[in-house]
Write a protein that binds this ligand. Structure first.
Ligand code: CXF
Ligand code: ZN
Length: 366
C-alpha cells in the first residue's frame, strides 16, 4: 500500500514527507495505523548521524496507533487494538529472559539497523529503492508501518492515544529509572540533572513514589520555573550556582537519589558528588562516544554510593507502560503536561522547537 512518511535523508537536511510503498506485514509483525508519535532526542541524534543508521530511513520510535492487520504467528494483538510502541528486543537472550530487555544482545540491529533481521526494508521509494524501516522495530514517522510484535504494547480501549506515544521511550526512561531502579522511598530526597522530558518524567515518578525533597538542576531558568509547577521543591541553575554545594546544603549532606539525564560528562561527576553516603545515582543520557569524565576514585571509596547505568528505564514495556497509564489515570503521573502537539506535516518545526528548548516533548499527530 502507499503511505505518507517523513524520510530522513541525512545530516542538516530537513525530513522530506513523501509517499512510500509499504509491504505486507510479515511473520511476527503487525501493520499499525499511527495516530501520533513522540519525538525523542535519539531521533534527532540519529538524524544528525551520531550513530551509523543507514539513510534514507523512516525514524520515529514513540508511536501510538491502532492495529490494522497482523502477519503470521502474531498472538498478542488483533486488528482494532489500540497500541503504544516501544523498543524492539529478541525476547530470547539472557537479558530479555531475565526481565532486562533494554540490554538485549540484539539491541543494536533490532533498534538501529533500520532493517528487518533478514536485511529487507518494509518501505521502498518511487524508484523501488529501499528506505529504512523498523527503527526501534516501528519507524513511527509514517502514517502506517509494519511493526515488530516485541515493540507492541496493547493498551486499554479507553486510553487517549494522542498523548501515549512518549511512554514508549522518553517517559519510560525517566520514570522507569526511578520506579524500577532507584526506587525512592516516601520522604527521601531526589535530584534530577536536566529538565527535559526524561528528567521531568523521572521527577514526576519520584514524586509519585513519595519523595519530599525534589531538586531540579538545569541551566535554563524557564525550564526550572516549569519544574516548580510540576512539584520541584527546589531548583538550581548550575550556570549561576555550585550545584553540588547547594544540593548538600538543601539535603543536609547529599541526596538519597539522583538522575543524570544530560549526557554531559561534567554533570555526570556533579551527579555522583551530589549523593549522600550510600546514595544511589543513575546515568541515562546518551553521551558522545569518547566522553571521558574524571572521578576521584579514592574519595569515592568512602561514600558507599551506588551507580546504575540505565537504558529505557530498565523496563519491560508490556508490563511497565500499562502501570504508567494507570498512574496517569489516577492523576499521580501527569506526564501529559510535558507534551506539545504538532501536525505530522510540521515535523521539521517539532525538531527545531525541541532542539531550541521551546518544547519539552513534541508529539506529532497524524
Ligand atoms: C536509546 C538511547 C541510546 C541508546 C539506546 C537506547 N534510547 C532511546 O532513545
Ligand atoms: Zn527515545
Amino acid at each position: 500500500m502507499k503511505v505518507q512518511a517523513a524520510v530522513a535523508v541525512g545530516k542538516e537536511q530537513p525530513f522530506i514527507i513523501k509517499e512510500l510503498e509499504l509491504d505486507e506485514p510479515r511473520a511476527g509483525e503487525a501493520r499499525v495505523r499511527m495516530v501520533a508519535s513522540g519525538v525523542c532526542h535519539t531521533d534527532a541524534v540519529v538524524h544528525d548521524e551520531w550513530y551509523p543508521v543507514p539513510m534514507p530511513a523512516v525514524l520515529g520510535h514513540e508511536g501510538a496507533g491502532i492495529v490494522e492487520a497482523v502477519g503470521p504467528g502474531v498472538t498478542s494483538v488483533v486488528p482494532g487494538d489500540k497500541v503504544v510502541l516501544s523498543m524492539s528486543t529478541c525476547g530470547a537472550c539472557e537479558y530479555c529472559l531475565s526481565g532486562h530487555p533494554s540490554f538485549c544482545v540484539n539491541m543494536w540491529p533490532l533498534n538501529f539497523g533500520a532493517r528487518r533481521m533478514d536485511g529487507s526494508t518494509a518501505f521502498t521509494d518511487e524508484n523501488g529503492q529501499p528506505v529504512g524501516s523498523h527503527f526501534f522495530g516501528q519507524s513511527s514517522f509514517a502514517h502506517y508501518s509494519n511493526v515488530a510484535e516485541r515493540s507492541i504494547v496493547k493498551v486499554p480501549d479507553s486510553t487517549p492515544l494522542e498523548i501515549l506515544g512518549p511512554l514508549g521511550c522518553g517517559i519510560q526512561t525517566g520514570a522507569g529509572t526511578f520506579l524500577n531502579v532507584l526506587k525512592p522511598w516516601p520522604g527521601s530526597s531526589i535530584v534530577v540533572f536536566g529538565t527535559g522530558a526524561v528528567g521531568l518524567a523521572g521527577m514526576l515518578a519520584a514524586i509519585a513514589s513519595g519523595a519530599t525533597t525534589v531538586i531540579a538542576v538545569d541551566i535554563v531558568d524557564s525550564r526550572l520555573e516549569f519544574a516548580k509547577t510540576l512539584g520541584a521543591t527546589h531548583t538550581i541553575n548550575s550556570k549561576n550556582e555550585d550545584a553540588v554545594a547547594r544540593i548538600k546544603e538543601i539535603t543536609h549532606g547529599g541526596a538519597h537519589f539522583a538522575l543524570d539525564s544530560t549526557g554531559n560528562k561534567v554533570v555526570f561527576v556533579q551527579m555522583l558528588n551530589s549523593l549522600r553516603p550510600l546514595g544511589h545515582g543513575a546515568m541515562v543520557g546518551a553521551a558522545a562516544m569518547g566522553s571521558e569524565a574524571a572521578v576521584d576514585v579514592g574519595a569515592l571509596l568512602m561514600t558507599g554510593i551506588k551507580l546504575s547505568i540505565v537504558l529505557e528505564g530498565d523496563a519491560v514495556p508490556q508490563t511497565f507502560i500499562p502501570r504508567l497509564i494507570s498512574l496517569h489515570e489516577k492523576g499521580l503521573f501527569p506526564f501529559d503536561k510535558l507534551i506539545t502537539k504538532y501536525r505530522f506535516e510540521d515535523i521539521n518545526k517539532a525538531f527545531a522547537d525541541s532542539a531550541s528548548g521551546v518544547t519539552i516533548k513534541p508529539v506529532l499527530v497524524y
